[in-house]
Design a protein around this ligand. Structure first.
Ligand SMILES: *Cc1c(COP(=O)(O)O)cnc(C)c1O
Length: 347
């Protein structure tokens, strides 16, 4: 099972670099200048081991969300956290529920730890919350995964819908709420942190709005017992020193994050207009990417391949009914111009 083929792999294969790197939902808008300076300064102390408790960052997160430090777990991105959850809660052969075509790394860990993935199809390009609940009840699953705002569609559920979903879960089922894109979501689409249901694990990351994907920092807000269960199995030096320090500084620069969110909103609007022009309608998105609807899987594959051929890195979901989509990250203005030009040519 391969969770993700990096753009570098393509580049090595074809022997040239991408002109626009808009396939992995990386931020095109850099990092906070405060985070940058903090990381530059931190280089001088990289000879020291990092704090294995990630304490300063956890404390800052706890203060930001008004929870206690022992309700915050930090790891090497959400990808790392997903592995910890699967390993902590699933025995080999046990079933977990998610949408078919949802975030691949989760399914990668399920395969890696020999658990079983029970999937339900998307409906109208959104996670089908009713079907997910039904599947949890039918399979007796102890774990269900939901990302909102969602990857790869960009669609989202309101906080009220999320709450109804959680309320409908059996007592002994834990919900992984993957909120990698929460910064980009409308206000009414972010579930309040309080009151915190012990069955819900909120997962967030510095990879998207904070622009620190390569630094690998993510965090979970969860019941202290769950955080403790992660501590038992995670690598104790799981987040490197420079990343911890950079994330802490970035967390303190919300002005920068608001600026990124504004830039992304403008870029999404541009993609929407482009999609309209080219008869590739875009899905509504509350993320830093936009899914273009190519109508059929064949057309999506052609457009995807032609873009890659012309050195524009994008991705295409593989699982129906999402396989008619091509997913494009909101790039910087120059990248968007390159993408638009090449897409017009391809169409
Ligand atoms: C990007 C993404 C992640 C990965 O986050 P990391 O913190 O970089 O591991 C997790 N979940 C979803 C839905 C994503 O799109």
């Amino acid at each position: 099972t391969i969770p993700f083929i990096g753009p570098e792999t393509f580049e090595r294969e074809v022997g040239r670099v991408f002109k626009a790197r808009v396939g992995a939902n990386e931020s095109a808008f850099g990092i906070s200048p405060k985070a940058r300076q903090a990381m530059v300064d931190a280089v001088d102390s990289v000879g020291w081991y990092n704090d294995p408790e990630n304490y300063d960052l956890r404390l800052a997160l706890a203060q930001q969300y008004n929870v206690s430090v022992d309700e915050v777990g930090v790891a090497g991105g959400i990808d790392d956290l997903l592995g910890l959850v699967v390993r902590a809660f699933l025995e080999p052969g046990q079933v977990t529920v998610a949408s078919a075509g949802s975030y691949l790394t989760y399914h990668y860990h399920i395969a890696g730890f020999d658990a079983v993935s029970h999937t339900v199809p998307y409906r109208n390009d959104r996670n089908d919350l009713d079907a997910l609940i039904d599947a949890v009840h039918k399979t007796g699953s102890r774990l269900v995964y939901l990302s909102t705002p969602d990857n790869p569609t960009g669609t989202w559920h309101t906080a009220a819908e999320q709450q109804t979903f959680i309320d409908a879960l059996p007592e002994n089922c834990i919900c992984i709420l993957d909120e990698a894109y929460f910064e980009f979501a409308p206000e009414d689409a972010v579930l309040p942190i309080h009151p915190h249901d012990p069955r819900v694990i909120r997962m967030r990351t510095f990879s998207k709005a904070h622009g620190m994907a390569g630094a690998r920092v993510g965090y979970a807000i969860a019941h202290p017992e769950i955080v403790t269960s992660f501590d038992k199995i995670r690598l104790h030096f799981n987040v490197n020193r420079i990343a911890q320090i950079g994330a802490l500084a970035s967390l303190g620069d919300q002005v920068f994050i608001r600026w990124v969110v504004d830039q992304v909103r403008a870029g999404r609007a541009e993609y929407e207009t482009l999609g309209c022009d080219l008869d590739l309608p875009t899905l509504p998105s509350a993320t830093n990417f936009v899914a273009f609807d190519c109508g059929t899987p064949e057309r999506a594959q052609h457009i995807h391949d032609a873009l890659i051929e012309r050195s524009v890195f994008v991705r295409k979901p593989a699982v129906p009914p999402l396989d008619r989509l091509v997913r494009v990250t909101v790039g910087a203005p120059e990248e968007r111009a390159v993408f638009a030009e090449v897409l017009r040519e391809v169409c």
